[in-house]
Design a protein around this ligand. Sequence first.
Ligand SMILES: Cc1cc2nc3c(=O)[nH]c(=O)nc-3n(C[C@H](O)[C@H](O)[C@H](O)COP(=O)(O)OP(=O)(O)OC[C@H]3O[C@@H](n4cnc5c(N)ncnc54)[C@H](O)[C@@H]3O)c2cc1C
Length: 393
Amino acid sequence: MNVIIVGAGIGGLVSALCLDAKGHKVKIYEQAEILSELGAGIQLSPNATKVLNYLGLFKDLEPYIFEPNSFQFLNFSTGKVISERKLGGAIKKDFNSPNYDIHRADLQRVLLNKIKVKNIDIHSNMKVTNVGNNKNSAFIEVDGKEIQADLVIGADGIHSKVSDSLFGKKEIIYTGNVAWRMLIPVEILPENLILPDTTVWLGPNKHFVTYHVNGGKNLNCVCLVEQDGWFNESWSEKGEIEELKKAYKGWNRTIETLLQHADPNTLYKWALHDRLPMKQWSKGRIIVLGDAAHPMLPFLAQGAAMAIEDGAVLANCIDNFDEVEEALKYFEKIRKPRTSYVQSAARRNAKVLHLSGLAAILRNLVMGYIGNKIFKKLYSYDALSIMNKNHNN
Ligand SMILES: Cc1cc2nc3c(=O)[nH]c(=O)nc-3n(C[C@H](O)[C@H](O)[C@H](O)COP(=O)(O)OP(=O)(O)OC[C@H]3O[C@@H](n4cnc5c(N)ncnc54)[C@H](O)[C@@H]3O)c2cc1C
């Protein structure tokens, strides 16, 4: 089939590679310059790395990834471990695939390099303004021209033009949380301040996440703070270090030290938005996936993983049905329960992670048990076989 993908984010690029692997001819249209250095770290859990391994990317990813030893929730003031899960070899053994931490730009670079050696066309600086269905084809509009395809995939993020064209404009809601991100070179930090773990420091109304990216060269810090009255969603909006220091006043010395070493030029902040779930993801020969279909808060670190899973499942659905429309409906049927679960669990975490007082003490008691149950459900999913499993039953 001739497939057009709108958007060269993680969802669009992985979908392109998965469809190419099944023998389809793919063209990607991206509104921006192709490689964006913007963004921060991405945690790739085993459900996502399984797909990247299937695409033959592990060797290319090697220079950029970091495999942490463990995942820890820590108390914001004492630094005491609230709960811990082993990663490294343990997670690989349990879920048959590793857990990698990586910078978004590095992942995008590896995917783009693979795209370049495949028979996939990629067009940058091309903003899609409309999409539609004809009798036996679908089309996109770019620069006032219509381009036809057998299938159009909208992988164009939370503000999806494809979704707006198909179903009308959806309301985007500010969640009351602002995320700050920064990268700190590990070599400038005091020795042993940060161990090779993913850490999530929990305090009232905010938390602080750290893990290594760029092959271990930089420490990625994401600070999630409840805040009213600031709604800017841009990935390139700079933040003020003094404002962040004020927000984390009284936190553990480790956090204080990290903020002292932050380079204000690499400090960004963006307001976290959410959208009500969509009743439908497809119409005719057009479908949305990734953030365009199910945007989610980063409180479970699964946004990119869900987009990656989508790409693999969609390619398998297309492969297993004669009619495109049927394949798209089937994709919706098997993906909606999974992504809705992750969306609502992430929304719940936005509250749970920021509790204080007695509620926080009670949370800490059950954190390990409940966390393990959720992560088992997330990580054991196999996007490569789920289609056949469901279809054959
Ligand atoms: C620059 C950038 C930085 C990010 N940084 C972070 C981060 O630090 N932390 C985090 O948790 N998440 C970040 N994200 C979001 C995260 O990457 C996504 O939530 C996740 O990977 C799902 O990806 P997606 O491909 O569905 O959507 P996205 O990653 O949002 O990709 C959508 C793509 O579609 C393109 N596009 C949009 N509209 C059109 C159009 N009309 N025509 C053509 N192309 C279009 C966009 O330019 C973009 O490249 C970032 C996204 C972007 C685009």
